[in-house]
Design a protein around this ligand. Structure first.
Ligand SMILES: [Zn+2]
Length: 345
């Protein structure tokens, strides 16, 4: 009897040692680039150092697309300097590059500014970015700082560390001490460039423009109030010729829109006297855009060989600094917990 008990307990313990099936990993490995359509598009496009050797084309929508045949904006031009070189985002459709070059020349000759400080355009092949920006994906968007270029050339480190200056006052009720009549001229030049469809600025800047613009005010229609954009303006050009699969944004009304729509925006961005309590439940981050969500042509853009591009000044080894002009990594300046609409106005 005792031996039977021993036998049973031995058999049971032996059975318990039968290897169990391998436990499933708690976190599934992230898809590798070869998983193609399932991969977050920002990883695939963020990894490309050079543009696709293809004819220049803007493909898809400003916030869902990519770019073939991107060109670099030179890091130093006769009237501009590119900032944040470590990001490698000085790429755009040739139409955007040409627009910026001409705008910088106008600013130099027509205002007291020696030129422009240029922030992010797009990645070499456009597409979603690892950090910042919902748009800037098809090579037709550019951020231009609202403080003037200095007369001297910035070092690579300064281009990472120098901060843009806000044009807003502390309460975000109007522009503050950094605003000047030159700013109106610079923004007017941007809004009246051929091909420019929108210039996004903070509502307090639009308020100042509405108050100060004299003569022909038709350009005010293109200057759109939006969150952030108190440190830089965002210039957006329309779909260029030869970009058949570029999806245009809905046209603007053509009105100045200095009245009610602007007042509504000003209410949204004004800093409250008492800061609101932090949200109890953190808003869930949006799932990343997958390659499958982008136009099919973006796959060919990723697969295309690197274009041969003349070497520009590299910024290797420079650590990128936290950046106040980067809307997506900066808390909403109002401190309000208002959801940010996904697409600029
Ligand atoms: Zn922008």
């Amino acid at each position: 009897m005792i031996s039977l008990v021993f036998f049973v307990s031995f058999a049971m313990s032996a059975r318990s040692q039968v290897p169990l099936p391998e436990p499933r990993p708690a976190v599934l490995p992230s898809p590798s680039p070869v998983d193609g359509n399932k991969a977050p598009a920002k990883q695939l496009f963020g990894g490309k150092k050079l543009p696709a050797a293809l004819k220049p084309r803007a493909i898809g929508f400003y916030s869902k697309g990519c770019m073939a045949g991107g060109r670099p904006l030179a890091i130093d031009g006769p009237a501009w300097q590119v900032m944040r070189l470590s990001r490698n985002r000085n790429w755009g459709h040739p139409a955007l590059i040409e627009t910026l070059e001409k705008l910088a020349a106008k600013v130099k000759s027509g205002t007291k500014w020696p030129g422009l400080l240029v922030g992010d355009l797009a990645q070499p092949r456009g597409g979603p970015m690892l950090t910042g920006h919902a748009s800037h994906q098809i090579g037709l968007d550019a951020d231009v700082w609202l403080n003037p270029m200095p007369k001297r050339i910035f070092t690579a480190r300064e281009r990472e560390e120098v901060s843009a200056k806000t044009m807003a006052n502390a309460k975000f009720t109007d522009v503050g001490g950094n605003w000047s009549p030159e700013h109106l001229k610079v923004i007017r030049y941007a809004a009246t460039m051929p091909g420019v469809e929108r210039v996004l600025v903070n509502p307090v800047i639009k308020k100042a423009l509405c108050r100060e613009a004299e003569g022909d005010r038709s350009w005010l229609a293109k200057v759109r109030p939006y969150w952030g954009h108190d440190y830089h303006m965002h210039i957006r050009i329309g779909c260029p010729a030869g970009s058949g699969s570029c999806q245009p944004q809905a046209p603007i009304s053509g009105e100045e829109e200095c009245g009610k729509p602007l007042d509504d925006w000003l209410k949204r961005v004004r800093k409250p006297d008492v800061p609101p309590p932090p949200p109890k439940v953190k808003p869930k981050p949006k799932p990343p855009l997958l390659l499958s969500a982008l136009p099919a042509e973006c796959r060919a853009v990723l697969d295309a060989p690197d274009a041969k591009v003349a070497k520009t000044k590299a910024a290797a080894g420079v650590v990128p600094a936290a950046d106040p002009d980067d809307q997506a990594t900066t808390p909403d300046p109002t401190g309000q917990d208002t959801p940010v609409p996904p697409m600029p106005q």
